[in-house]
Write a protein that binds this ligand. Structure first.
Ligand code: HEC
Ligand code: HEC
Ligand code: HEC
Ligand code: HEC
Ligand code: HEC
Length: 372
């Protein structure tokens, strides 16, 4: 056995050896954390991070099913961010190796582990995407409490990255395709702004960090976004109605530093109607979206080499939409801002148009203004 290992070591180049060691890092399973962090665990259990695998996210699966990395190479390249603790990740991400998700392998069915996030030591900037550097000690977890209660189960360390949101940028910053086109980008905004990924997406809520002592509040782990808990983010989107002489305006202010919706599959829509004497007139719907593609047409993300259309509301932008209609006293103007997780035309191509997950129009703002 020893001789075998020695021979193996000799035959592997130093660089791939390092990759090998990284891939054999082991992580405490999520269930270990449940006993002492029940509130955080319960939120996380339903969150997109835990359910980021092809077995639990139907949209991710639909795209993976048609992806050339799957069909031609049998390599689950998505693992880097969707299942970063898969036990065969070096095969999934390697050159000329094979590795696809296996429903019987627990390291492929649990998405982004508690222990993975909490061992992100730093983020290395990369061209195609960034890379998380993982702390080698199995039970050292980073957090932001300067004086945490001592846990007998693990060590805790303070990390500035957990305060300023850098810890999110290993996976969320950007992802380019082979054409070097950004499929997704998340802008962090100014470094010293009042709000960052953590303050907006992990707000403090009532309860306790652990069962071992009272802290009064703890960081919410349900990860509000387009899929879940959007109510926790609505305070960062402002919608206003302005009546003018021969027209009226709806303005939308996106207080976040990033595009209102980030994933290129999203479709955001402003729906306005005017009710007068019990008759309802629908105004033309206004769509905000980012379409990537080729030859001026939308394509699946792996074929795209240009941005075909970008009407998405940008970070910190106020978007005004003008309606050329003269209003009268007593008119009721009904304004709805909402979105589909998947653009209807894209849902068809990925055969998910009938899925409950994609059919729903999610509402961000719904207001009625009565003209005085
Ligand atoms: C036996 C109980 C116990 C278990 C099991 C446990 N923890 Fe903890 N953990 C604690 C206690 C106690 C604290 C301190 C809480 C406080 O300050 O109120 C803590 C704090 C933390 C912190 C906060 C650090 C900071 O400075 O903000 C993190 C992160 C953390 N635990 C992660 C985990 C993860 C991940 C797991 C599962 C792999 C886990 N814990 C399992 C008891 C436990
Ligand atoms: C560099 C990290 C990274 C890689 C690699 C990656 N993703 Fe993602 N993916 C993300 C992040 C972050 C999100 C959530 C961000 C968002 O919604 O904008 C996401 C979201 C998605 C979604 C949207 C899910 C939803 O909520 O509707 C799909 C679909 C998806 N990814 C497919 C894939 C596929 C297929 C692959 C591999 C071929 C892949 N991703 C590789 C980081 C990555
Ligand atoms: C290991 C990679 C990774 C890290 C680190 C990470 N995320 Fe994610 N995140 C993802 C992936 C992948 C998804 C999409 C999962 C899916 O829907 O399949 C996602 C989804 C989300 C969503 C939900 C988007 C939606 O449309 O509903 C939010 C919000 C989010 N992440 C916020 C954060 C924040 C805040 C941090 C930092 C504390 C963070 N993420 C760190 C990979 C990561
Ligand atoms: C000022 C508050 C604010 C800050 C700061 C902020 N966000 Fe957001 N985020 C929002 C709002 C508002 C939305 C849109 C509402 C929704 O998706 O429900 C959103 C949506 C998202 C989504 C879902 C988009 C999609 O297409 O699925 C992800 C992922 C996300 N943010 C990640 C991040 C990351 C990573 C950071 C740090 C770089 C960050 N956010 C910083 C407020 C914020
Ligand atoms: C996507 C990355 C991510 C995942 C997954 C994640 N956490 Fe966290 N967690 C964070 C960040 C970032 C903070 C710091 C938030 C803050 O200080 O406001 C944090 C804070 C904490 C804290 C301290 C809370 C406080 O208010 O000080 C504990 C305890 C904790 N996490 C445990 C867990 C456990 C247990 C799980 C799984 C059930 C988990 N985390 C999953 C990113 C993550």
């Amino acid at each position: 056995m020893k001789i075998k290992i020695l021979l193996l070591l000799l035959s592997i180049q130093v660089s791939s050896l390092i990759a090998q060691v990284e891939s054999t890092l082991s992580f405490e399973p999520n269930i270990t954390c449940k006993k002492c962090h029940p509130e955080i665990y319960a939120e996380y259990e339903k969150s997109v991070h835990r359910n980021s695998t092809v077995f639990k996210d139907p949209i991710h699966k639909a795209v993976w099913d048609k992806h050339p990395s799957n069909i031609k190479k049998e390599q689950y390249k998505c693992a880097k961010c969707h299942t970063p603790t898969a036990d065969n990740i070096s095969d999934m991400l390697g050159e000329g190796t094979k590795g696809v998700p296996d429903a019987a392998n627990e390291t492929h069915t649990e998405g982004i582990l508690c222990a993975y996030c909490h061992r992100v030591e730093s983020v290395e900037i990369g061209v195609m995407s960034n890379t998380n550097k993982i702390h080698p000690e199995k039970k050292d977890y980073y957090g932001t409490r300067e004086k945490p209660l001592r846990s007998k189960k693990h060590y805790q360390k303070y990390s500035e990255n957990f305060k300023n949101g850098q810890v999110c940028m290993g996976c969320h910053s950007h992802k380019k395709n082979k054409e070097k086109l950004d499929v997704c980008v998340t802008d962090m905004g100014e470094e010293n702004a009042d709000d960052n990924c953590i303050t907006c997406h992990m707000p403090q809520v009532k309860g306790d960090v652990s069962t071992k002592g009272e802290t009064g509040t703890y960081a919410f782990h349900g990860f509000p976004g387009a899929n879940l808990h959007k109510e926790k983010l609505l305070q960062y989107i402002d919608m206003k109605f302005l009546q003018e002489e021969k027209s009226f305006k709806v303005s939308i202010y996106n207080q976040s530093p990033h595009d209102l919706m980030l994933h290129p599959m999203r479709h955001t829509e402003l729906r306005v109607s005017v009710e007068r004497n019990a008759e309802i007139e629908e105004m033309q719907a206004k769509v905000f979206k980012r379409v990537i593609g080729k030859d001026a047409k939308g394509t699946p993300p792996w074929l795209a080499n240009e941005v075909v259309e970008d009407t998405m509301i940008k970070g910190k932008e106020t978007r005004e939409v003008v309606y050329a209609k003269e209003l009268q006293r007593g008119d009721k103007v009904h304004v709805v801002l909402g979105y589909y997780l998947v653009k209807p035309e894209v849902a068809k191509k990925f055969a998910v148009e009938e899925s409950e997950h994609t059919k729903k129009f999610h509402i961000l703002k719904d207001e009625i203004y009565i003209v005085k």
